[in-house]
Design a protein around this ligand. Sequence first.
Ligand code: SF4
Length: 209
Amino acid sequence: MQKETQELVNKGEMLPLMEEFYTIQGEGFHKGTAAYFIRIGGCDVGCHWCDVKESWNADIHPPTEINQIVDNADKYSKTIVITGGEPLTWDMGPLTKKLKDKGMQVHIETSGAYKLTGIWDWICLSPKKIKLPTPEIYEKAHELKVIIYNKNDFKFAEEQAEKVNNNCILYLQPEWSKRDKMMSQIVDYVMQNPKWKVSLQTHKYLNIP
Ligand code: SF4
């Protein structure tokens, strides 16, 4: 990557864009809502069950001017979901400012492992054991979405629920490949611990991106 381009990426004026698409948010509080997804490359959290491993290496995703990303989004939706990868690998300030200037609702899906940057209408915090969130994001998260891969994850979910703010909505979501095995345990757990809600990856059942 050229030095000038790298500098712009470092400032959040360009971002490694993996893909962008208009679809239905399948998960969590806003499930069922039409939204434009912007998937930013780059993540070194390293979840072994990650379903977007091709996002990890930022170098294979083209550095893209944020004005172009905003113009593309503006053609489709006023609800924007920024995901990854781990979007907080980068400074989200410049992109989210431009999206907000267009009157958009801007959501993020993040592990929270890095400094929180950007202006957000909705923060979905999906913490990962191997790289825990920063203290700041627990205070600001609107929803906590813990992925349940095996039964040990219920304990992790409770530890994370202890840390979030009181208004944060709590979700347990089966990891896709383990959904058949874990779903009945999640249902039982939520019935016994009704502060939690079940989140499903409904877009995968609908066979949409
Ligand atoms: S944080 Fe997200 S993108 Fe990164 S490895 Fe984990 S699941 Fe994949």
